[in-house]
Design a protein around this ligand. Structure first.
Ligand code: UD1
Ligand code: UDP
Length: 363
């Protein structure tokens, strides 16, 4: 049973690793890997293939960066002949990036079954490009694999037949649990001169935060205060890097002595950095889930989350982007005022195996 598995951006690589492995181990599914090339820098792409043992892509569409319309269209144009050539039983997409919807749309228009891993998540905020990608991909998928019950509930509410929906757990957590011990061997704390529990880790890349100089400035105001108290390590996403320069905020950041700006980290170093942090500040989707498993307090610098379980029982708090709210949430954590997280159901390291068994049974 041939399945074309699609990846494009950083979080996709982390999600596909256990799926490729479980497909191969089944000896029934033949997974072929298609990289759209949405992310292409070594530190945003190749490094993850090496560290996570993901096989070299069978096909690389090499689309690169562009506007939403151009990028989506280029992926579709390049992916259609690949599907025609390989004639798979199904196409599998993960997450909510432009590569997800672009390849999903190509598959269904060619009458090929579509599998969506991480289906049903909703921020209920249609200004997020990812929310549009999630809604559209789910509405055309044949198999919808959910990480949490809210995903199942959202899909049922939207009228997706329940026979198509499966609660299977979280493939991103499969990867984390598999690599946790390996990551302990990372040397990143020594390299950055950090003590366990003695710093905050920060990531930012949501357009609503970093494409808007006013919002970005408000977040920097909070970081300026926090870094007086605790060192902040900021592996910077390329989108954020380019915007810092174009908004002339780079000088401001350089003047914060206790904030260390570094290149994006490979998976193992970043896992070690998160696991040993006093807290994490982020607008990432996946990091909200990873910090829940690691039981590290996470402040999500957004108005909403599509991953409510991380707030309900995990270590996540959605604090928005107002300077004073970020600072007061930070202070509560430092004063020991936060709840230890519980592990969400089925986030046990076996989600990919469940997906593969269900596919073998149902396709
Ligand atoms: C994309 C996803 C987002 C996901 C994020 C993960 C969409 C709409 N967005 O956002 O959901 O959370 O990936 O990191 O699909 N760039 C480089 N080198 C690279 C990749 C990007 O320099 O290897 C720069 C380019 O200037 C590019 C910009 O980053 O224009 C944004 O890249 P893009 O893939 O369009 O969106 P992300 O912000 O990375
Ligand atoms: N990540 C990483 N290095 C970094 C920052 C993040 O390996 O410097 C990992 C992180 O552990 C998680 C994934 O990248 O597994 C999250 O990707 P990102 O935040 O880019 O995307 P999102 O989850 O928001 O879509």
């Amino acid at each position: 049973m041939r399945i074309l598995c699609v990846v494009g951006a950083r979080p996709n690589f982390i999600k596909i690793a256990p799926i490729m492995k479980a497909c191969k181990a089944s000896k029934i599914i033949e997974p072929l890997l298609v990289h759209t090339g949405q992310h292409y820098n070594r530190r945003m792409s190749d490094l993850f293939f090496h560290q996570l043992g993901i096989p070299k892509p069978d096909i690389n569409l090499e689309v690169g960066s562009a506007s939403h319309a151009v990028q989506t269209a280029e992926i579709m144009k390049a992916f259609e002949p690949v599907v025609l050539n390989y004639n798979p039983e199904a196409v599998l997409v993960v997450g909510d990036v432009n590569s997800t919807i672009a390849c999903g749309l190509v598959a269904v228009k060619l009458g090929i079954k579509l599998i969506h891993v991480e289906a049903g998540l909703r921020s209920i905020d249609r200004s997020m490009p990812e929310e549009i990608n999630r809604l559209l991909t789910d509405s055309i998928s044949d198999f919808l694999f959910c990480t949490e019950q809210s995903g199942v509930d959202n899909l049922i509410r939207e009228g997706i037949p329940k026979e198509k929906i499966f609660l299977v757990g979280n493939v991103m957590i499969d990867t984390l649990l598999k690599n946790k011990i390996k990551a302990e061997g990372s040397n990143i704390l020594n390299q950055l001169n950090l003590n366990r529990n003695g710093y905050a880790a920060l990531t930012l890349h949501r357009p609503a935060n970093v494409d808007n100089p006013v919002v970005f400035g408000r977040i920097l105001d909070a970081l300026e205060v926090i870094q007086k108290d605790i060192p902040i390590i900021f592996p910077i996403h390329p989108r954020t890097h380019w915007n810092l320069a174009s908004f002339h905020l780079d000088k401001r950041l350089e003047e914060l002595p206790n904030l260390q700006l570094i290149d994006p980290l490979g998976y193992l170093d970043f896992l070690k950095l998160m696991a040993s942090a006093r807290l994490v500040l982020t607008d990432s989707g996946g990091i909200q889930e990873e910090t829940t498993i690691l039981k590290v307090p996470c402040l999500t610098l957004r108005k909403n989350t599509e991953r409510p379980i991380t707030v309900e029982i995990g270590s996540n708090q959605v604090v928005g982007t107002k300077t004073e709210n970020i600072i007061s949430a930070y202070k509560k954590i430092i004063n020991g005022n936060w709840r230890e997280s519980q592990i969400p159901p089925l986030w046990d390291g076996n989600a990919a195996e469940r997906i593969v068994s269900l596919l073998i049974k149902n396709i």
